[in-house]
Design a protein around this ligand. Structure first.
Ligand code: OGA
Ligand code: NI
Length: 343
């Protein structure tokens, strides 16, 4: 239980387990803030044909250029987004005793509160973050397995998951149309796995240059939606440099997970990102991972590979991917190498 960083409002010092070895301290470039493309989803459904075509073009362009983009006006109420962030803040601000009920170091548990990262190597450094990880198959059946405090958490999260999942299904359907995949390509097994939520809390850290909140990684998902509070801390790898993505009010950050990169045979990239710390303010974020079913068979799409565009990746069963991803601590080059043909 002592491991939770959020039990201490202001840390005066950084315990040595959190200090990264020099080779892992990736220096921050000056002026490295970037605005990600912001795509207006025009309410999120029932698009006019011209709008639809334009949105598809914007998604594919941003996807190929950055692997990340933001959406606004996607049909989830601003109130719900604010409530979602607030309820996570309230959760991490609860007393030590209240939080203790949910804390677990058992990585096989789907719903648990922990600190650092399950991807951290055993003898490696710890990361400056607490995380409440919750899974759901079918809201509302799983809501009873989530924390019962703060009082609003279950209700707000259940609503958020249902609505945000709609946004991801809309995006996937636009992507599938844009890439010429068969209609409904992403419906079914590719998106019927658990929806996993990482509610992240990064307390102020007195030594931001020596620590990281979250190690560099690509997501194991098909697609990820990220809701950020007002404090920045997300950095993405762009043209060989780490660049900061400042939060845009009411926007959702979208990025492609490894599965989408493999299915599109590398057309849409899964881009490395990390969480940095700061000394001034606590940061809250919520990542929602859309996942294939555990037994789902993943391979580059038939519509995309041909004699000129040979498959770059092997076929595999999703649960096997998860196992290897964990073993390799999410390190992008190693994970991609493991699934490359002739890799
Ligand atoms: C994640 C993630 C980024 C953030 O949870 O996978 O990348 O800004 N989070 O917290
Ligand atoms: Ni991530």
């Amino acid at each position: 239980m002592d491991n939770l960083l959020s039990n201490d409002k202001f840390h005066q010092t950084v315990p040595k387990q959190f200090i990264l070895p020099p080779e892992m301290r990736v220096p921050r470039e000056v002026n490295c803030t970037m605005s990600l493309p912001v795509i207006n989803l025009r309410g999120g459904s029932h698009f006019h044909v011209e709008d639809r075509d334009q949105i598809i073009e914007e998604i594919l362009h941003a996807g190929k250029e950055f692997g990340f983009f933001q959406v606004i006006n996607y049909g989830v109420s601003e109130q719900l987004m604010r409530d979602m962030i607030r309820v996570i803040e309230e959760f991490f601000n609860m007393s030590k005793e209240d939080k203790a009920a949910y804390y677990s170091e058992d990585t096989s548990k789907t719903n648990r509160l922990f600190s650092s990262s399950y991807l951290a190597q055993k003898d490696g450094p710890r990361y400056w973050r607490d995380c409440l990880r919750l899974a759901s198959y079918h809201v509302p059946e799983t809501t009873n397995d989530w924390p019962d405090k703060p009082a609003k958490l279950r209700e707000v999260l259940a609503k958020f998951i249902v609505e945000a999942r709609e946004v991801s299904m809309t995006l996937l359907s636009l992507i599938s149309e844009g890439l010429g995949l068969k209609e409904g390509y992403f419906e079914g097994d590719l998106t019927s796995g658990q929806v996993i939520i990482n509610a992240n809390y990064y307390p102020p850290c007195p030594a931001p240059d020596l620590t990281l909140g979250l190690l560099p990684h690509c997501d194991f998902s098909l697609i990820t939606l990220l809701l950020q509070g007002a404090v920045s801390g997300l950095e993405i790898m762009h043209q060989g440099k780490w660049v900061r993505v400042d939060p845009v009010q009411n926007a959702l950050v979208i990025n492609f997970g490894h599965q989408l990169e493999i299915i599109t045979n590398g057309l849409l990239k899964s881009v490395e990102h990390r969480g940095v710390t700061n000394s001034g303010a606590a940061r809250t974020s919520l990542a929602m991972f859309i996942m294939p079913a555990k037994e789902c068979f993943i391979s580059p799409a038939k519509e995309i590979v041909n004699e000129e565009n040979l498959p770059l990746y092997k076929s595999f069963v999703f649960k096997e991917f998860l196992r290897i991803y964990g073993e390799l601590s999410a390190k992008r080059v190693d994970v991609m190498e493991a699934f490359k043909i002739n890799g």
